[in-house]
Design a protein around this ligand. Structure first.
Ligand SMILES: [Zn+2]
Length: 254
């Protein structure tokens, strides 16, 4: 389904591009906003606020109202389920290809999960009232949001299959690839413990899998910093889920 036109002229580029130096990585474009037409983006622009996403910042908590819809331009936001007994598990990650808080548009009175910044970046944000009004009144924005919801459901289904049928090493490779896609580089700053929490596995399993990848010369790990040395080898070691999720994203949003 064609949702709109990609950003093409200098006016749109200057609006969508970040002029803030932190973090250093360009391009500072949210790919969903870039799909909106000139008219749709123009209507939205006065309501958008550019904001930093520092690591660890919680955008919303379970049972709390979602106050803003976020369109990241850089960085990674993790959607995390927090159990009543304490442990949490990552459900999804969102970068410049997506939005955070979309469930508010479907009528959710409060958040079911936590949204926390995993890798620092920036985002455009839209307050809940403006987001709901825009969703009700602007058909292209509505279609964009609903298509994105559909994509999130597909990704959650794929993630469930992945957890049941694929090894910790395959899942770690898939997860690293998904991070690389969002970070514009070959370094990921994250401890084994954090990765284990996000994947819902024991830390020891991640450490062992990372060690095998390190011995194969595919990654290097030092004090919470993972450097991917051979992306093509990482792709060969990953399960098919990363490739399938990218194909789903392409099919759903273009
Ligand atoms: Zn998988």
């Amino acid at each position: 389904m064609q949702l709109g036109h990609a950003a093409s002229n200098t006016v749109r580029s200057s609006f969508l591009s970040s002029s803030i130096a932190e973090p250093p990585a360009p391009p500072g474009i949210n790919q969903l906003l870039a799909l909106l037409s000139e008219a749709e983006l123009g209507a939205l622009q006065p309501k958008l606020q550019y904001t930093r996403l520092p690591a660890g910042k919680r955008l919303y908590e379970p049972s709390e109202a979602i106050t803003h819809l976020y369109f990241p331009t850089a960085g990674i936001v993790s959607i995390v389920h927090v159990s009543a007994s304490g442990p949490s598990v990552g459900l999804a990650s969102v970068g410049a290809e997506g939005m955070v808080g979309v469930e508010m548009l479907l009528g959710a009175a409060s958040a079911a999960n936590r949204a926390v910044v995993q890798a620092p970046g920036h985002a455009y944000r839209l307050c809940a009232a403006a987001a709901k009004t825009h969703f009700a009144e602007r058909r292209q924005f509505q279609r964009l949001a609903l298509n994105y919801v559909n994509l999130v459901m597909l990704e959650l289904s794929q993630a469930a299959v992945c957890k049941l049928h694929h090894s910790v090493e395959q899942r770690l490779c898939r997860w690293l690839l998904a991070c690389l896609d969002r970070l514009h580089g070959n370094e990921i700053h994250m401890t084994h413990e954090t990765i284990a929490d996000l994947l819902g596995v024991r830390r020891q399993g991640i450490t062992q899998a990372a060690k095998r990848l390190e011995q194969a010369g595919i990654i290097r790990y030092f004090r919470g910093r993972i450097t991917v040395l051979e992306r093509s080898a990482l792709e060969r070691c990953a399960c098919e889920c990363h490739r399938l999720m990218k194909a789903q994203a392409l099919g759903s949003m273009t």
